[in-house]
Structure formats: C-alpha cells, structure tokens
Write a new protein. Structure first.
Length: 253
C-alpha cells in the first residue's frame, strides 16, 4: 500500500476511489475526466491487472501525473481510513440505511465539507457489477444517478466524469450562457431606431401601410419587432443593405 500524496490541506479536493477496477483504459479515462475539472487525488483499490497499469497510462494522456501520484490500496477500508466523509456511487438499491443523494447534492455537500477542512472520498465500483454491500457500508452516503431504469449501467470513466463535472460546477463561477460576438458588438438603441426609420420610410413609399387607418398600428408592430430582436451592429448593417438593394432593384424596373 502507498499513501496518497495530498496537496496543501487548504486546497484538498475529494479523492476519487476506484474499487477493484478491471480495465486499465477505464482507469486512464477516469484520470482524464478528473483532471478536466481540477480533481487530482486518485486512489486505486486492488486493480484486477495490477499496478501500475500501462494501458491506464496510455489512456490518461495529459493526466498521467494523477496516475503517478495515485494511492494504491489492497482494501476499501484502507483506502478510506483517513477520510472524514465517503460517498459510494451505485445504481442499485442496497437495503442499507443511508442518505441517498443525487450527484449534484453530493458534490454540494462535499464542497461544504472541504471548506471545513474535511477529507472527502467518492467510491466507484468495478465495471462488471459495481460496489458490493461490504464496500457501501464503509460510506456515509450513497450517490445514485437518475438514469434510465431499463439501462442503469454507467461506464466507470463516465461515472467519474459525471461526479467530477458536478464538483467543478459546484466550485466554479461558470456563467450558464454566453454569447460569442464574432468580431461584432450589440447594436445601440439609436442604431436600432434608425433601422426602424429606414424600413418605415421605404415601406411607406411602397404603400405597405394600408389602409391608412391601420398605418399607426402596423408601424407600432414593426417598431416593437425591432426593439425585441437582439440585434448586433453587423445585423443592423445587413438589414440596411437588404432594404437598399431591394429599393435599387425596384427603381431599375
């Protein structure tokens, strides 16, 4: 058994504990998933093909450091011995009295524990059958993913990715939606007003606002349309160009 190399206690992140993993490729994939979201503490319990595993290293790619620093343990009890709180991921109901959380809630709780200086572990079972009850009893809570009940199996690396993503989402201020402006900017109020003036003038000349008693209402509808649309400066230029070209085409006829 080798002890895991923990960073500064103030920066400790949850340890991802792979229990009896069967395929080196999945271990490497788990390492990549962890590193995508800033998790760098892996523990491996009794891997089927021994440790270190060349296939895991090949699959880990740029996350190979996590494998180099991973703790290697013979039993689950040894792997979680220094943890203050442990989550066990499983898709099956166990008949064991423990809190059952979603990945989102579990990582929210993990964040609070880590902020208090606690050490947190998240256990994942082997690919074929998942964690055994003897493993789950070592945990404080169960994490179950709300997947299709007719096909509840998750690949090991996928499960680690899901939990790692929830950790990252809970600990970073990610903006839920952004707009890629592609070398332009939003059009200002005056620019949109002038666009409305341009269309109103040309459409008036074309006799669009008919009959006269409905003209004011029709113009208000168009003004509301322009103000409601999130237009960029580039959009405004395109709409001006469209109307100018249509007017030239009409004048040529």
């Amino acid at each position: 058994m080798s002890a895991p190399k923990d960073p500064n206690p103030a920066l400790i992140t949850p340890a991802m504990i792979l229990v009896r993993p069967q395929m080196g490729e999945n271990i490497g994939g788990a390492a990549r998933a962890m590193w995508n979201f800033g998790l760098d503490r892996m523990r491996v319990v009794a891997p089927r093909d021994g440790w270190p595993n060349p296939k895991a290293v090949a699959m880990a790619s740029g996350a190979g450091r996590l494998l180099d620093e991973a703790g290697h343990f013979e039993t689950v009890r040894e792997a979680v011995a220094d943890c203050d709180y442990v989550f066990a991921t499983t898709a099956r109901m166990r008949g064991i009295t423990k809190p059952v959380m979603t990945p989102e809630r579990a990582m929210e709780h993990a964040r609070a524990l880590v902020a208090e200086g606690k050490k947190v572990g998240v256990m994942f079972g082997p690919e074929r059958a998942g964690l055994e009850n003897e493993d789950v009893v070592e945990a404080n809570a169960i994490v179950t993913v709300p997947v299709n009940p007719a096909f509840a199996s998750l690949n090991l690396a996928q499960a680690v990715l899901l939990m790692s993503y929830e950790w990252g989402r809970q600990t970073t201020d990610a903006v839920p939606e952004v707009m890629e402006m592609a070398k332009t900017d939003w059009a200002g109020h005056i620019e949109v007003e002038k666009l409305g003036d341009h269309y109103e003038t040309v459409l008036d000349e074309a006799g669009f606002f008919f009959p006269p008693e409905k003209a004011d209402g029709m113009k208000m509808v168009l003004r509301n349309l322009w103000s409601r649309m999130p237009l960029t400066k580039s959009d405004v230029q395109v709409f001006h160009g469209m109307m100018r070209q249509m007017k030239r085409w009409k004048e040529r006829g």
